[in-house]
Design a protein around this ligand. Structure first.
Ligand code: PLP
Length: 388
C-alpha cells in the first residue's frame, strides 16, 4: 500500500471523535444556554439514568471529575485520619491522592504483570487493622480481578471502591464496571472513552443509603437549602457537560466496538510482523470485556524513552502511562514504601508505551503505526549491534 495519504498518526483525535455528533451537540448546547439551567436539571437526570443502564448500577450521581468521584466515595464511607486505603502504585495520581487529601494513608501494592491491574495477593498481604478501603483500578479499560478482590475485602470488612475512570462499559463476568464494589468512580475527561467538553465525573452504587449520602456530599452536605448536616463539597456535573455526554453515550457501544476491533487488528499486525519475541502486547482476560481506553505494549530491555522519541520523529504519537509509580512520587516519599515490594510496578513503569487506538483510526493509520514501530525496533537492534 502507499503511505502518501497518511504520514502521521496522533495518539488520539478528539475533534474527529466529536464530529459525528456535532450538530446534535450544538443544538443541545443552544437549548442549555436558552434555558439558563446550568447546574442540575433534566440533562443531568437523563445522563445519570443512561449511565445506570450502561453499568447496571442502581444509582449514579454526577460530580465534577473522576478525582472527586474517588474523594466523595471515600468521604461517604467515612475514610479519614487513621485509616489506610490500599491502592495499586501503577495508576493515575488521583487514585491515591483522594485518600491522602482526607488524612488517610494510601498503602501501595503491586500489579499483575499481564493486566497491569492490582494483584489480589499483594492486596491481601497489605491488609492491617487500619485498612478501611481498597481501590482496584480498571486500568486501560480492563477490569481488575474483582472476584478474589471482593472475597478478600468481604472477609476483612473492607470497602471496595472501583476506580473505573478508564473503563465505562467494561465488564467482569458480565457485570458492568462500577456495579461490583460499594461505589464505582468514572471520569469524563476528554481523553476517556466517553469524553466531555471539559472535566466531569460520576459515582455509581447499588446502595440506596450511600447514594443519598454521596448526593448530599456533592452539594455542600446541604438539604434542605442552607441547612447543612454534613461538610460536603461543591462537586457537580454541570448541565453543559451532561447535555454533551448524554448525546455521546448513545454511541458508546459503537465506540467500544471500534476500539476492540483496533486491538484485534494490532494483535494480527504485530503477530505477522514477527516481533512478539521482542515486545509484549496486551490481551483480554477470560472474565473481562475490555474497552481498550489504552493499548499499552511493553518494550523490555530497550531504552523505552529513546524508542518513543524515534517513533515520534516518524510521526507516530504515543504516551507513557505511567513513567513514575506513585510510591516513588516526591509527595508520597514520606510513606516509605519499600520499593522491593513492588517489582512489577517498577518494571512496568520502565517498559510501557501506549499506542494510538482511538475509534476513528483508519486501517491505513494503524498499518503505519505498526510499520513505523517495527522500523524503530529494527533501528534499535542495529544500534545495539554497532555498540556491542
Ligand atoms: C485511573 C484514573 N483514576 C482517576 C482519574 C481522575 O479523573 P479526572 O481526571 O476526571 O479527575 C483518572 C483520569 O485521569 C484516571 O485515569
Amino acid at each position: 500500500m502507499s503511505y502518501e495519504a497518511v504520514d502521521r498518526v496522533p495518539l488520539l483525535d478528539i475533534s474527529k471523535g466529536n464530529a459525528a455528533d456535532h450538530e446534535e451537540i450544538m443544538a443541545a448546547l443552544e437549548e442549555v444556554v436558552k434555558s439558563g439551567w446550568f447546574v442540575g436539571g433534566p440533562n443531568l437526570a437523563r445522563f445519570e439514568e443512561q449511565v445506570c443502564e450502561v453499568t447496571g448500577a442502581k444509582h449514579s450521581i454526577g460530580c465534577a471529575s473522576g478525582s472527586d468521584a474517588l474523594l466523595l466515595s471515600l468521604m461517604a464511607l467515612d475514610v479519614g485520619p487513621g485509616a489506610e486505603v490500599i491502592v495499586p502504585s501503577f495508576t493515575f495520581f488521583a487514585t491515591a491522592s483522594a485518600a491522602w487529601r482526607l488524612g488517610a494513608k494510601p498503602v501501595f501494592v503491586d500489579i499483575d504483570p499481564k493486566t497491569f491491574n492490582i494483584d489480589p495477593e499483594s492486596f491481601a498481604k497489605a491488609i492491617s487493622k487500619r485498612t478501611k478501603a481498597v481501590i482496584p483500578v480498571h486500568l486501560f479499560g480492563q477490569c481488575a480481578e474483582m472476584d478474589p478482590i471482593m472475597e478478600i475485602a468481604q472477609a476483612n470488612g473492607i470497602d471496595v471502591i472501583e476506580d473505573a475512570a478508564q473503563a465505562l462499559g467494561a465488564k467482569y463476568d458480565g457485570v458492568g464496571a462500577g456495579a461490583i464494589g460499594r461505589t464505582g468512580c468514572f471520569s469524563f475527561y476528554p481523553t476517556k472513552n466517553l469524553g466531555g467538553f471539559g472535566d466531569g465525573g460520576l459515582i455509581t452504587t447499588n446502595d440506596d443509603e450511600l447514594a443519598e449520602k454521596i448526593r448530599l456530599f456533592t452539594n455542600h452536605g446541604m438539604k434542605p437549602r442552607y441547612y447543612h448536616s454534613e461538610v460536603g463539597a461543591n462537586s457537580r456535573l454541570d448541565a453543559v457537560q451532561a447535555a454533551v455526554l448524554s448525546i455521546k453515550i448513545k454511541r458508546l457501544d459503537e465506540i467500544t466496538n471500534a476500539r476492540r476491533a483496533n486491538a484485534r487488528r494490532y494483535q494480527q499486525l504485530f503477530e505477522s510482523a514477527g516481533i512478539l519475541d521482542q515486545i509484549e502486547i496486551p490481551s483480554e482476560t477470560d472474565r473481562c470485556h475490555h474497552v481498550w481506553n489504552q493499548y499499552t505494549v511493553r518494550i523490555p530491555g530497550q531504552d523505552r524513552d529513546g524508542f518513543r522519541d524515534q517513533l515520534n520523529q516518524k510521526g507516530i504519537g504515543s504516551e507513557v502511562y505511567y513513567p513514575v509509580p506513585l510510591h516513588q512520587q516526591r509527595c508520597f516519599l514520606s510513606l516509605f514504601t519499600d520499593p522491593d515490594l513492588l517489582p512489577e510496578t517498577n518494571r512496568a513503569a520502565n517498559e510501557v508505551l501506549s499506542l494510538p487506538i482511538f475509534p476513528e483510526m483508519t486501517v491505513e493509520q494503524q498499518n503505519l503505526v505498526v510499520d513505523r514501530f517495527v522500523e524503530c525496533l529494527k533501528g534499535a537492534q542495529k544500534e545495539y549491534r554497532i555498540a556491542s
